[in-house]
Design a binder for this molecule. Structure first.
Ligand SMILES: Cc1cc2nc3c(=O)[nH]c(=O)nc-3n(C[C@H](O)[C@H](O)[C@H](O)COP(=O)(O)OP(=O)(O)OC[C@H]3O[C@@H](n4cnc5c(N)ncnc54)[C@H](O)[C@@H]3O)c2cc1C
Ligand SMILES: Cc1cc2nc3c(=O)[nH]c(=O)nc-3n(C[C@H](O)[C@H](O)[C@H](O)COP(=O)(O)O)c2cc1C
Length: 763
């Protein structure tokens, strides 16, 4: 096969090597604009696993690369003058120039023709002359641009500014992050050794800080001199160096995240940064390039046609690339928002940094560095006021709101059961909630319980509006207090435009087949074309509903509930005021956010006056309508939380969505937690995180990274009322309390867990 490779970066060279290894008869020419030894960049990071993959592909070049590898296990973080070190991370670094020279040598030895100092013109001319053309021409790929309409690239130019520099100062004991507060804002560095005498030193900052420093108007040397001053105390008198002499201007760039809908067209395939880029903070750009090169070479030899090989290449590599890009996105977003976290305690800051990409979990950190993690857990426990046994996971730290003390951070999220009769909870509710209260969670929410018959979502919803409701709820609350250590929270709400609909397991949100009751909302906008048009509330409606909220809260107080939550999320009545999608009012209750929150806050104040002063009140919000700027955005959710906090709401339960049928949520593990993180760290308000959180590992990492104060699990508690007690068994925590009659069961579980762990299995 006659092959033209456009670009002699890691992707192009390694592809040429991999092809020749599979069939020496291929005629391969690599075209490159730079000179053979005129390359940019400093150290390249690869994991031990990647190197093993390379060795399986070409043992010779892998052995050469290994010879030059700098290896380190530790990550050091300088923050607020404190150096924190954790270990067990296992990285290798090699100079990019060294790597390319080795790959060039190997390619030549295998008979690849390398042509330097040649500008690639139109890739179409190569496509006409060669059987196969590889577009390995990097981030600003001409091969990609030539077929823009086919590849449909999506290039997201990210917010931070950075510059790749090097230094002779040694960073040979750890991959080092340095955060420095300067007169113009925070500037940070990512530093790692890659050769005995040289370390990479990437300097990064926000666009605002970059502008305030005037880096854009400086020459490269002026920029370097400024960075040397900023990091003088870490450089030990050594200079910072730039080797991007072929780049114009100051060499500061914004990272472009490249995605392409397709990677191939006719006989041309894109590879490496040309096809997909990964942010340098997870050190995977070169890994992606090399592994894609191996994959395509493989498919070209295992598939019968070029077309099928390309198809395989795209389908098999895409998942891996997307997985890495998603981790890279988490990581780069963390750095973009790092100023939100810089006031955290150094222990928590360090933990948040290490877990930023969500590839390293809490238990994974324990495997890497058990001592460091134990110290971080002890710090968390002590800060939570637990001095007795600090060697417990974060989920078992106590928490307090007003006078209410929670024994741990796990919350049973509110979940409608649709089993009430005329609003009255039944034996089902007693059995269901009593079980969850016995299951170990610190707090159990009851479902959205409605303030009036017409405020119910469905005919099966519970209420706080008739004397028999009070009797039934009080029986449950008394049981929970008498027999368990759980606290119990009443969630109160009004269904608004989503009322008079079918039970959850019927046609959810669809009107009843018969017996519908009239509904109301902030504006006369139906939930969907199939739902009733609600009445836009007038002042008399608002007064009545506000008083019904207060009277329900008074009933919940008489029942003895420990905490109250006002439901202002998910498109129900109060939510219909908050989101601009359903609030089109032109009076003082519509328009600006302060206006849209006016009625929900009137309700809060009315409830607060009847709710005992020593007990907290929470408000559940939808922090993202998932419709873009038309609706509530995570940014506006921070402003919502600020207003709630100013009004005296004790904690914000940060949910999202269910406010519009046009919503396009992006699901995933812990997918709503970033909204809680943002609210908590930008406002200082206590938060609960919720949404697809299902493992103890998730709960612990959310808490220790400071992304929420309490963590709600809904569906996991439907299948396992004892989720918290089971989590304790799995984590080896023996300090949770079980109901006395269940102790023999507990002891058996502990024995089984010990036996499994001595056999090296995970429970
Ligand atoms: C300024 C900068 C510095 C970097 N430094 C590092 C670093 O120190 N460590 C690290 O791990 N990663 C670094 N990276 C990231 C790294 O380049 C990529 O993730 C990785 O090298 C991808 O390999 P590639 O072969 O796809 O692309 P590249 O390495 O970018 O290779 C593409 C090659 O194509 C050539 N080329 C492009 N267009 C043409 C044309 N029209 N005609 C002829 N030749 C052309 C380029 O000169 C280049 O040699 C750096 C990136 C940038 C932008
Ligand atoms: C069956 C069911 C009923 C629910 N009812 C309520 C409710 O009454 N009030 C509320 O605020 N959220 C309700 N939710 C939403 C949950 O509290 C939670 O926010 C959501 O399920 C995401 O959490 P999860 O991924 O842990 O399930 C309900 C969820 C389910 C599955």
């Amino acid at each position: 096969m006659k092959v033209a490779v456009l670009g002699a970066g890691p992707a192009g060279l390694y592809f040429a090597i991999s092809m020749k290894r599979r069939n020496p008869a291929h005629e391969i020419t690599v075209f490159e604009r730079n000179k053979a030894d005129d390359t940019f960049g400093w150290g390249v990071v690869l994991s031990a696993e990647t190197l093993d993959n390379l060795a399986a592909n070409d043992a010779v070049s892998a052995a050469w690369i290994r010879e030059y590898f700098a290896h380190w296990d530790d990550i050091a973080v300088y923050h607020k003058g404190v150096r924190t070190v954790s270990t067990g991370h296992g990285f290798c670094g090699i100079g990019r120039k060294r790597l390319l020279l080795l790959l060039q040598r190997r390619a030549r030895d295998l008979g690849v023709e390398l042509i330097f100092e040649t500008e690639i013109g139109d890739p179409k001319s190569y496509m006409a002359q060669y059987d196969l053309v590889i577009g390995a021409d990097g981030l600003n790929s001409r091969s990609r641009a030539a077929f823009a309409e086919v590849f449909k690239s999506d290039i997201d130019v990210r917010k931070c500014k950075f510059v790749w520099l090097g230094t002779r100062q040694k960073f040979d004991d750890a991959f080092t992050f340095i955060f420095e507060k300067t007169e113009h804002g925070w500037v940070w560095a990512h530093a790692y050794q890659f050769e005995p005498e040289t370390a990479t030193f990437i300097v990064e900052c926000s666009e605002a800080t970059w502008a305030a420093w005037g880096f854009g108007d400086m020459t490269r040397q002026q920029s370097i001199a400024a960075c040397e001053r900023i990091f003088a105390s870490y450089l030990g008198g050594h200079a910072l160096m730039s080797n991007a002499s072929h780049l114009r201007g100051s060499a500061w760039i914004n990272f472009p995240r490249v995605l392409c809908a397709r990677w191939s067209h006719k006989n041309l395939a894109l590879m490496g940064d040309a096809a997909a880029s990964a942010h340098f903070s997870i050190g995977s750009g070169t890994k992606l390039a090399l592994e894609s090169a191996v994959a395509l070479a493989d498919y070209l030899h295992s598939q019968p046609t070029l077309e099928e090989a390309f198809e395989k290449y795209e389908s098999a590599r895409r998942t891996e690339v997307l997985r890495l890009q998603s981790a890279a996105r988490n990581s780069l977003e963390w750095f973009e928002e790092v100023e939100r976290y810089l006031d955290l305690d150094p222990v928590q800051f360090n933990y948040a940094l290490l877990t930023r990409s969500q590839r390293i979990s809490h238990e994974n950190l324990r495997l890497r560095d058990p001592e460091w993690l134990a110290n971080a857990e002890a710090w968390f426990q002590r800060r939570a006021g637990n001095t007795d046994n600090v060697r417990r996971a974060p989920m078992f730290a106590p928490f307090q709101l007003r006078e209410l003390k929670f024994r741990n951070r796990v919350v049973v999220s509110p979940m409608a059961q649709y089993k009430a009769i005329d609003g009255c909870p039944t034996d089902w509710h007693f059995a269901h909630y009593a079980e969850r209260a016995k299951g170990g969670a610190g707090l159990v929410h009851i479902e959205m319980t409605c303030i009036s018959p017409e405020g119910r979502i469905t005919p099966g919803c519970t209420g706080f509006y008739a004397p028999e409701h009070e009797v039934a709820w009080k029986r449950l609350v008394d049981f929970v207090h008498r027999e368990t250590e759980a606290k119990i929270c009443a969630q109160i709400g009004h269904s608004g435009p989503k009322g008079s609909t079918q039970l959850g397991w019927q046609q959810s949100d669809a009107p009843l087949p018969n017996g519908n009751w009239p509904v109301m909302a902030a504006s006369a906008i139906p939930w969907s074309p199939g739902n009733q048009v609600p009445k836009a509330m007038d002042r008399a409606d608002m007064d009545r509903v506000r008083d019904q909220f207060a009277s329900s809260a008074a009933m919940a107080a008489r029942c003895g509930f420990d905490m109250l939550e006002i439901h202002a999320a998910h498109g129900y009545l109060l939510s219909s005021f908050v989101t601009p999608l359903t609030n089109r009012r032109t009076d003082q209750y519509g328009g600006a956010l302060e206006n849209r929150l006016r009625f929900p806050l009137e309700v809060f104040h009315a409830v607060r006056t009847v709710w005992p002063a020593e007990k907290p009140i929470s408000m559940r919000i939808s922090a993202n309508d998932w419709v873009g700027d038309e609706g509530v955005t995570p940014h506006e959710a921070v402003e919502i939380a600020r207003l709630l906090q100013a009004a005296g709401v004790d904690i914000c339960d940060v949910s999202a969505g269910q406010t519009s049928i046009a919503a396009r949520p992006v699901y995933g593990r812990m997918f709503q937690t970033p909204f809680s993180d943002r609210i908590r760290n930008e406002t200082g308000m206590a938060t609960m995180a919720v949404g697809n959180i299902y493992e103890p590992d998730h709960v612990n990492s959310i808490l220790l990274a400071g992304r929420a104060d309490l963590v709600c699990l809904a569906r996991p508690h439907l299948t396992d009322p004892y989720w918290t007690l089971h989590a304790a068994v799995a984590l080896g925590d023996r300090d949770v309390s079980w109901p006395d009659p269940y102790l023999p069961g507990r002891d058996q579980l502990y024995r089984l867990a010990e036996r499994t762990s001595t056999m090296g299995l995970k429970v």
